[in-house]
Design a protein around this ligand. Structure first.
Ligand SMILES: Cc1cc2nc3c(=O)[nH]c(=O)nc-3n(C[C@H](O)[C@H](O)[C@H](O)COP(=O)(O)OP(=O)(O)OC[C@H]3O[C@@H](n4cnc5c(N)ncnc54)[C@H](O)[C@@H]3O)c2cc1C
Length: 380
């Protein structure tokens, strides 16, 4: 993986690592416990260029591409996966589709503002009836003069309560043609939007929300993409978001591994540190192995994405491996902590809860395996 980094991305990695150690690690447990949105941390990260990591300089970005994005996510998640998701909601979910398909004015308005930390955002895609099958969405957009009127309900929208804007994926009602979708940027304070936080078991410093759109009027000029192009845009973006989730998985994995390593060196049993028992040592060796493999897979795919190559299969396989490894490592790290692992006073309990999301978000393990079966020609 080291070979894939340039001097610039290496420097960025070192800067992120130092910042996360100094500014986030000491408060990560507290923001989780108090479910406190990390706004001060996000402001500092924006100053460091994390908000515009994918955007070129002309839109205020640092242009470090998907490799840079994965570095940021990995380093953040190593100390606080909630902070990683809070950044990712704006920098990737919101800004990336606009960067790819938006007009110049839209890029100026949204991408530049996100890069400077002046606007936060998210993506409202998932619905209770559609899940990963995004073409089955039921939220509708109806033309009314120069506006669209949105009706429907989205679930599991990360950061919605703190987002200035949301990208909403909807189905046009007017001509009813299959594939007539639209992706539109919506001001979250628009009349008719109702946001409800849904409490969750981890990463609670950044909320996940249900969002209702009750006849929400939005100017047509906020349309980012429409028709099959918008479906394709979202489908391709999801592959890249899987890389980001894979990088978050590696970060959590690494954090949980480091906790296991240090605990196993200090905890004595039967007159020696528990890492000296081969059963424990083998867990540590497997954790290390999985971290290395997952990291290589994710960064290889990120590198390919930055070359403009098709990453669909690479991203899905890498995300699947990284997320399942992350869960295994968090679980074994907890085991190494013995009874203390089950208490909430050690960081491992937070890593364990964070790890559990990784096999669900951005493609459940089962749906990713289905895709592999299709690639193997075992299913259509
Ligand atoms: C914390 C969190 C944050 C999220 N953030 C966002 C966000 O910001 N924006 C957004 O739009 N969405 C977001 N999501 C939604 C997330 O992407 C979905 O939860 C995920 O796609 C799974 O969809 P679902 O919950 O409807 O599960 P379902 O599709 O109902 O799946 C339930 C079970 O059925 C299995 N299953 C479903 N289909 C298949 C299949 N074809 N083959 C085999 N098994 C299958 C699944 O693997 C799973 O085990 C978030 C979710 C969470 C938990």
């Amino acid at each position: 993986m080291e070979n894939l980094l340039t001097d610039e991305t290496k420097m960025f990695q070192q800067m992120m690592h130092r910042f996360c150690e100094k500014e986030i690690k000491p408060v990560a447990g507290e923001i989780d416990e108090k479910e406190e949105y990390p706004s001060e941390i996000l402001a500092k990260l924006a100053e460091m260029g994390v908000g515009g990591i994918l955007a070129p300089e002309q839109y205020g970005g640092s242009g470090l591409g998907w490799v840079g994005a994965c570095i940021a996510m990995e380093e953040l998640a190593r100390v606080s996966a909630a902070a990683a998701l809070a950044v990712g909601a704006t920098s990737f979910y919101f800004a990336y589709p606009i960067l790819v398909a938006g007009s110049e004015e839209q890029k100026e308005k949204y991408v530049t503002a996100a890069a400077y930390g002046e606007k936060t955002g998210t993506l409202a895609l998932t619905e209770s009836g559609s899940g990963p099958d995004i073409a089955k969405i039921e939220t509708t957009a109806e033309t009314k003069g120069d506006s669209l009127v949105l009706k429907g309900s989205k679930m599991s929208v990360i950061n919605a309560d703190n987002a200035d804007e949301m990208l909403v994926f909807a189905r046009m009602t007017n001509n009813g043609q299959p594939g007539d979708f639209v992706l539109v940027a919506v001001d979250s304070k628009s009349p008719g939007i109702v946001i409800r936080k849904v409490p969750k078991m981890g990463m609670s410093a950044v909320a996940t929300c249900e969002v209702d759109f009750n006849e929400v009027e939005v100017a047509k000029e906020a349309v980012i993409a429409s028709g099959m192009e918008s479906l394709k845009l979202i489908t391709n973006a999801l592959d890249c978001f899987r890389l980001v989730f894979g990088a978050v998985s590696i970060g959590i994995l690494q954090g949980a591994f480091e906790e296991a390593l240090s605990y196993s060196q200090s905890r004595m049993a039967f007159g020696k540190p528990i890492c000296a028992f081969q059963a424990v040592g083998f867990y540590l060796a497997d954790m290390y192995k999985m971290g290395r493999v997952a990291r290589n897979m994710i960064y290889q795919a990120a590198f390919k994405a930055d070359q403009g190559l098709d990453i669909s299969l690479d991203a899905q396989v890498a995300k699947l491996y990284a997320s399942e490894s992350c869960m295994w490592v968090a679980d074994r790290s907890l085991q190494i902590h013995g009874g203390y692992g089950f208490s909430v006073e050690y960081p491992i309990s937070r890593f364990f809860r964070e790890a559990r999301l990784m096999e669900v978000g951005e493609g459940t393990s089962e749906t990713l395996k289905e895709t592999i079966l299709v690639r193997l020609g075992l299913q259509t």
